[in-house]
Ligand binder design. Structure first.
Ligand code: NDP
Length: 312
């Protein structure tokens, strides 16, 4: 097996990873970035991004990611297709295997593997992804101005997204599988006090309905056995995210939901030389701009670490 020795290895091709690559390249760390199974990350599954500063008229998620990647490459980053299949962070240099057969020894590691929104797993939901089915109200809500949408879930995210959508849409249904919300009291009160939010209690989604133009409705099964259809234009999932930290959680401290714990305002983990950036360490904000900012921090932290170890 060939073994490559790197000063800085970045895992993850989303805004955090690409930004880390931009900064690490300019600092002379000769970073290598592996993009993983979804180059560009979650942003490539959205349509236009209107809240990323610098683009007066918005920009498509795919174009934003392609541009960040091109910028990182122009500055010298080695951006590669490939997925990390194993990691050993027990000692430095850290050992990482890519696609089962390429061995890397890395003095610093930036984990920017992101988070994956949970979906219900229905074939009809998959069929309308990007055509009315979304897991990000902040990204896509704007496209449902004066329309009717549904949000699945009863946690803080679902309440927050329903409240946000209620300012844009004429009507918001919340599809809640139990007869209570999991969300905090304050969030529940906000939902209850919003006249255009209606909660459909004890309901599970059987099928997302639609045609060539996109989503047109949802078929629900209530606990009492009744099956009924509700007309909607957009179907938003808010049933939680999985941070993609499993491969590293043997060494790196994670919280009870699996998010990597970073020290104070830095990107440092409990393992010296291992840094985390983006959604894999952020249960709260999960925005492209906050991910990019944390990627910047991770590259600066990696550079400082390498200097402290006299490795650059
Ligand atoms: P949660 O795990 O808290 O809630 C998930 C919700 O989705 C629950 O209501 C759950 O139902 C429901 N759900 C899960 N799976 C399914 C399914 N298959 N079908 C239907 N419904 C399903 O996730 P959140 O993303 O809401 O929150 C994650 C964390 O982030 C929490 O700790 C939350 O407090 C925090 N957060 C805080 C915010 C704030 O303070 N402003 C904002 C957003 C998040 P059930 O209750 O029946 O299990």
């Amino acid at each position: 097996m060939d073994m490559e020795h790197l000063k800085c290895l970045i895992i993850g091709g989303g805004p955090a990873g690409y930004t880390a690559a931009i900064y690490a390249s300019r600092s002379g760390l000769s970073p290598v970035l592996y993009e993983g199974i979804q180059p560009g990350g979650q942003l490539t599954t959205t349509t236009d991004i209107e809240n990323y500063p610098g683009f007066e008229n918005g920009i498509s998620g795919q174009v934003l990611m392609d541009t960040m990647k091109a910028q990182a490459i122009r500055l010298g980053a080695d951006v590669r297709g490939g997925t990390v299949s194993a990691a050993d962070l027990s000692s430095r240099p850290f050992r990482v295997t890519v696609d089962g057969d390429h061995e890397i020894a890395a003095e610093t590691l930036i984990i920017a593997t992101g988070a994956t929104a949970k979906y219900l797993g229905l074939p009809s939901e998959e069929a309308f992804k990007g055509m009315g089915v979304s897991a990000c109200a902040t990204c896509d809500g704007f496209f449902y101005r004066k329309k009717t949408v549904a949000v699945v879930g009863g946690g803080d995210t679902a309440c927050e997204e329903a409240t946000y959508l209620s300012t844009i849409c004429s009507k918001v249904y919340m599809i809640v599988r139990r007869d209570v919300l999991r969300a905090s009291t304050a969030m529940q009160e906000r939902v209850m006090n919003t006249p255009n939010i209606e909660i459909l209690w004890n309901c599970n989604t059987q099928e997302v309905l639609g045609d060539g133009s996109g989503v047109t409705g949802v078929r629900l099964l209530r606990k009492d056995g009744e099956v009924f259809d509700v007309a909607i234009d957009g179907f938003f999932l808010a049933i939680g995210h999985h941070p993609n930290s499993e491969m590293f959680s043997r060494w790196v401290n994670v919280n009870e939901e699996g998010y990597i714990i970073t020290e104070d305002k830095t990107s440092r983990t409990n393992v010296d030389g291992v840094f985390a950036a983006g959604d894999v360490q952020d249960p709260l904000y999960r925005q492209a701009i906050t991910a990019a900012a944390s990627g910047c921090r991770a590259a600066l932290d990696a550079e400082r670490f390498l200097i402290s170890q006299k490795l650059i």
